[in-house]
Design a protein around this ligand. Structure first.
Ligand code: ADP
Ligand code: MG
Length: 390
């Protein structure tokens, strides 16, 4: 960490600063389901504003296929306004064609928020020409979007090629919390994995398996592991092509004496009817959408004895209120264990818990899911490396 320049250790004042923030909030239609990511982005923005910098902020929002109003940064700008009274937040529809004056005449009281950066295909392909055009909007770059730091995209790893670049306060805090888990974890260490981004997450489980004593799995990850262990899981969300990979993870767990604990019962629907079924009796047209009560009890027991807990990914299809019970139970089991150091992260995981009580009983809430896992796995991320080499 010492070799990257930190915003917290540098006075940046009276500059035009490009900030790669993370405003990638969970949406329900055009409504923000969870503001946690916006709140975590504020300290860096407020610090830079305090020192009279003029900000151009970049973020992505969700995964738009093309330019569309449902993924417009206007949704975020509206919410951000409430946290930054006294500032005008201007959404720049297209910075490439925008009148240059908008940037040159920007006042200290104006924040320019570029439209969803994923509206440009060049962002995802990490086009350096595009990154250069972005870099021309400022004199200094601050990367604060921890949850994006595992992605090689123009606004993350591209811009640092062209500008003096710093790690923002959020990025620094996230790195510190995860480093703490890696270096000072007490045992028993319980890792908990759920969610839908199955191949992405399975790719970064080796180190976590090595570190932990128990790996509790649910959601799409759990289903895929059940499938790889030979269970029939019907029409449930899973990734059959990951079967071999999962077998490799089981072998790794054996080597490190880590117990991978699978659900023993699942909640879901069979031709529309809601059912709870033991995993050895899943019918072909059953879709699992949550863990069952027996699994909750078993997982709760393990969590209650943990000294370190890392959790990413909901255990059910939480967008449907019928299937939030397993994820809620996990949350309460984790916050009930007051002696453990707990690290909880992921966009949808935050959406599932952020309005609950006892949030202060979680030691560190990470805005990143995939980024958190990849940082644990590799001890660094492409976005962090990009800050080093320039
Ligand atoms: P995070 O954003 O916290 O890293 P993911 O993006 O990997 O988590 O996964 C979140 C998604 O996983 C949610 O949209 C949730 O509905 C879905 N999910 C979890 N379990 C299931 C399940 N059993 N069936 C269908 N979807 C599930
Ligand atoms: Mg997600």
């Amino acid at each position: 960490m010492s070799s990257i320049a930190l915003l917290s250790k540098t006075q940046i004042a009276n500059k035009r600063v490009i900030v790669r923030s993370d405003f990638d909030v969970s949406l329900r239609g055009r409504k923000i389901a969870d503001e946690t990511r916006i709140q975590h982005a504020l300290p860096t923005i407020e610090l830079l504003l305090k020192h009279h910098n003029r900000l151009v902020i970049i973020s992505k929002l969700n995964r738009p296929k093309e330019r569309d109003e449902d993924h417009s940064m206007k949704i975020v700008a509206h919410d951000l306004k409430k946290y930054l009274p006294g500032y005008e937040i201007k959404v720049i529809d297209d910075f490439l064609t925008e009148d240059k004056k908008t940037f040159t005449d920007q006042t200290e009281k104006e924040i320019l928020l570029l439209e969803n950066i994923r509206f440009y295909p060049e962002e995802k392909t990490n086009d350096l020409n595009f990154a250069k055009k972005l870099s021309e909007l400022g004199e200094v770059f601050v990367l604060d979007a921890f949850a994006m730091a595992h992605r090689k995209e123009s606004s993350v790893t591209g811009i640092p090629h062209f500008l003096p670049s710093f790690a923002g306060l959020q990025l620094e805090e996230e790195m510190e919390a995860i480093t703490h888990v890696l270096d000072h974890a007490h045992k028993p260490f319980v890792a908990i994995m759920g969610g839908a981004k199955i191949p992405d997450k399975l790719a970064f489980l080796a180190k976590l398996i090595e570190l932990s004593d128990y790996l509790l799995v649910g959601g799409g990850i759990g289903n895929t592991m059940l499938l790889a262990q030979g269970y029939e899981i019907g029409k449930s969300l899973c990734e059959p092509s990951e079967k071999e990979h999962v077998k490799h993870l089981f072998a790794l767990a054996k080597k490190h004496h880590t117990q991978i604990v699978l659900p023993t019962d699942l909640v879901g629907t069979e031709r529309g009817a809601e059912r709870i079924i033991p995993i050895n009796q899943i019918p072909k047209d059953f879709s699992a959408f949550d863990i069952g009560p027996e699994t909750q009890a078993q997982f709760g027991n393990i969590i209650s004895q943990a000294a370190t807990i890392v959790w990413n990914g909901p255990f059910g299809y939480i967008e449907d209120p019928r299937f939030t019970r397993g994820t809620d139970f996990l949350y309460y089991a984790i916050t009930d264990n007051e002696k453990a150091f707990s690290l909880v992260g992921g966009g949808d995981t935050l959406a599932a818990i952020s309005k609950k009580e006892y949030l202060n009983k979680i030691s560190h809430i990470s805005t990143g899911g995939g980024a958190m896992l990849e940082y644990i796995e590799n001890g660094t991320l492409p976005g962090i490396e990009a800050l080093k080499s320039h």
